[in-house]
Design a protein around this ligand. Sequence first.
Ligand code: EPU
Length: 338
Amino acid sequence: MSPRLLVGHDLTRLNTLGLPCVADRFVAPGDERELQEVLKLAGHQGWPLTLLGGGSNLILPERLPGLVVQPAMADWWLEEQDDTVLVHAQAGVVWHELVMVLARRGLWGIENLALIPGHCGAAPIQNIGAYGVELREVLDAVHLLHLDNGREAMFTAADCAFGYRDSIFKGSLEGRVVITRLVLRLSRTPRPRLGYGDLAGRLGADPTPLSVAEAVCAIRREKLPDPAELGNAGSFFKNPLVAGEQAARLLAQSPDMPHFPQPDGRVKLAAGWLIDQCGLKGWRHGHFGVHDRQALVLVHFGGGSAGELLAFAERIATRVQERFGVSLEREPRLAGAD
Ligand code: EPU
């Protein structure tokens, strides 16, 4: 059976910012054959394609021409290999649900990435990371389809050119592939990663993957707004990487500035701290605001548009640039434009 193609489909509830958007056409293929079929159809018709996962790192315009495809295949399975376990997760699996089910089974590796919104298929695109762990550390392979000819391919982690909030899927392969499945390598041997912030302080002597995941959920719930209640796309800016000399100058002015030296000599700064220092935490303008508990997150109170959000973000970036001489780069991708 062919997947159902919906015309004039409302995507307002399919993006966590809650921006109003109508897709000219929308389809949610339930398996890879259906996905191949809709990609072929879009090619024949010359429809521009937009791929949608959980819509949690995306800014949608009011109208998306062409075809929006949301891969809906959502099976996952395990492949036992002595002490390590390979987890195969199709693109439409909800990331947080996978984290919790694997944590309950006592598998180590992704418990620090609990409560990150979105689907598995989008996770490698920005190399999701939180509480001292990045996806690239556990990723074994990514299965994908090339959009131009439908060819299947498998990428190793090295092929993905991962960086901080970055991968080949945001670079040379942007808009050219669709991720169909992830393979993660998890461990049965305890390997807790508790070095970030006050994570260790919240856990007892013998942490389990589940207790770590629950502690991460508790921290996130304290700081980050729930998209079901208040529209947001998580961190709106990346943490900027600046040259060592610039970081030293800024530290001379503000010795308490959070800073994280990188192996390449650059220093990562906390965008939330920079915005906070500009007095913008809790600032509201029109339909958008800076979250009052984490300045890195912009929130949508309803009734706003992508253009308004981008102008709001620009004002914040300009203030940070003027005060600290640091450029902030947007993290969520702009659908239909970037
Ligand atoms: N800070 C402030 N004021 C703020 C926000 C932060 O002073 O309003 C300070 C904090 O006190 C801390 C530092 O900035 O010293 C860093 O803050 P935090 O630990 O909250 O982390 P972050 O760097 O702001 C990053 C990720 C988050 C992730 C956390 C935890 C990016 C862009 N963001 O935020 O990811 O949850 O670390 O690992 O790297 C997301 O991508 O949606 C996201 C929430």
